[in-house]
Design a protein around this ligand. Structure first.
Ligand code: MG
Length: 349
């Protein structure tokens, strides 16, 4: 029987995380493990507040999912299990993702294969990941840049009144390529276009979610005029959103926590390729558990933004490393994530 257990955890940021809608110092997560015949798979649900899920809602969903998991003796029928769990309740995307990740990890370990190979994906090679530089006090920017010296692409959160000042300050200290995430922070399409045209002169590779998420008409207008790629984040959660957003953006920010996990992520990647959409593989603030799963998809992406573990100071998982700015997977089976903090106590359902 597939045995599910979980543990709630709070990831602590090295630096408070500044966004268009406020500042945070921690992110709540729930880690799960699914065990079968002595093999163990790990998964993670990362729960930034704007997603609307909490540790309580995840645990409630795990009880529902467990009624399905209990029916299976082995982890082989992933599509059937994941589809049945998805149907037990709407939403709960991160809760669904932690189970999906743990099941893929478990199956990989059970059959002695990596998850990318189970999913018929190309073997992930070490790749540059962008890393978010948190913006608070502009005077601290030189110090933060020094800390991120190994990384070749920097992600900047904009969407405030001092956007130009932030970029100008960064450009005084580095000419590294930037990616920009506006988090829906600009509301006027003309102002957005003007900003994007200026950002184009500042070596910015793409702009993520420049306008509010339901503003589809203005995003089509902006896509036609923007000299750099516009990327859907908040506008796109699951595979079912892909049709609607494919005319509105040049690409998508694919995150396991939004799309319910690896099973659906592969469907999204295939669809995006068919439509000529660019793919950024992104993450929430996550430990190496979630990132090792997302990294299975790396070879199929245009950009990688999997910096979660770099931003937290109490990551309880290992199994991936960041060398000279490149994210690298271990050669282990499953996702490769390993539990480093042996004090984590999992609660059985
Ligand atoms: Mg974003």
């Amino acid at each position: 029987m597939l045995k599910l257990s979980y543990t709630p955890f709070a990831l602590q940021f090295k630096h408070p995380f500044g966004l268009a809608y406020g500042t945070r110092t921690t992110t709540e997560v729930v880690f799960v493990r699914i065990e079968c015949d002595g093999f163990v798979g790990y998964g993670e649900a990362a729960l930034p507040p704007y997603l609307g899920e909490t540790q309580t809602s995840v645990v409630e969903f795990l009880y529902k999912a467990n009624t399905i998991l209990k029916k299976y003796a082995l982890p082989f029928l992933l599509e059937e299990i994941i589809t049945a769990i998805d149907a037990t309740a709407p939403n709960n995307n991160a809760a669904k993702a932690c189970i999906d990740i743990a099941l893929h990890d478990l199956l990989g370990k059970y059959v002695n294969k990596s998850v990318y190979s189970i999913l018929n994906l190309e073997k992930p090679q070490p790749q540059n990941t962008s890393v978010t530089i948190s913006i608070g006090d502009l005077n601290l920017i030189p110090e933060k840049l020094l800390e991120l010296n190994d990384y070749h692409v920097l992600k900047i959160k904009l969407g405030n009144k001092n956007d130009r000042q932030i970029i100008e300050c960064i450009r005084m200290h580095t000419d590294k390529p930037l990616v920009v995430d506006v988090n829906q922070g600009w509301t006027d399409k003309h102002v957005a276009l003007e900003m994007i045209q200026w950002l184009h002169t500042q070596n910015v590779l793409f702009v993520e979610q420049p306008l509010p998420k339901d503003n589809y008409n203005d995003m089509v207008w902006l896509k036609e005029r923007s000299p750099i790629a516009t990327i859907a984040d908040e506008s796109m959660q699951r595979f079912s959103d892909m049709n609607e957003i494919s005319d509105c953006f040049h690409g998508i920010n694919l995150k396991l926590m939004k799309c319910t996990g690896l099973y659906e992520a592969v469907k999204i990647i295939n669809y995006a390729k068919e439509k000529g959409l660019k793919i950024n593989i992104g993450c929430m603030s996550e430990s190496s558990c979630g990132i090792a799963a997302a990294a299975q998809l790396m070879q199929h992406a245009d950009w990688i933004d999997l910096d979660g573990p770099l931003l937290v100071k109490n990551n309880p998982f290992g199994g991936i490393n960041f060398t000279e700015g490149k994210l690298q997977l271990s050669n282990s089976t499953g996702t490769g994530a390993t539990l480093a903090d042996k004090n984590l106590e999992f609660i059985a359902l």
